[in-house]
Design a protein around this ligand. Structure first.
Ligand SMILES: [Zn+2]
Ligand SMILES: [Zn+2]
Length: 130
């Protein structure tokens, strides 16, 4: 016999879409790990505890917010792509300026620094630091 028990708790937050109350929803299903998410009482949007959107509500503001989120993501990607291009250009200039071996000696630590930076950025984003 599988039973799902859902409990709701007030988080004290207001929804940025509609100003409604955001509740913490805990689903306990027999034999399954607990599922916790946030849900707005009014527009019905659901968020994962790490901030990811689980369900988009039906309000106009909800869809607008989702579009903005998607836009942000692509803006981020554009930034990363531009960064990579600039880096490639710098690398090319270094090769032209200093010649092969010397350029490589400069590029290797630079490449390492960039790899670490990218890894850190990804890590920070997963943790939701920005
Ligand atoms: Zn809402
Ligand atoms: Zn919403």
């Amino acid at each position: 016999m599988i039973e799902i028990e859902t409990t709701w708790e007030d988080t004290g937050y207001d929804c940025d879409h509609c100003g409604g109350l955001v509740l913490r929803r805990t689903d306990v299903e027999t034999g399954q790990p607990k599922r916790i998410c946030y849900q707005c009482k009014v527009c019905g949007c659901q968020w994962h505890v790490n901030g990811d959107v689980l369900r988009i509500g039906s309000g106009a503001n909800c869809r607008q917010a989702q579009r903005e989120r998607m836009g942000e993501k692509t803006a981020d990607e554009r930034l990363v792509r531009r960064f990579v291009w600039v880096l490639a250009l710098v690398a090319l200039l270094l090769i032209v300026r200093f010649g092969g071996v010397m350029a490589l000696r400069l590029l290797i630590p630079l490449a390492f620094a960039v790899l670490i930076l990218i890894a850190l950025t990804r890590f920070a984003r997963e943790k939701g630091w920005w």
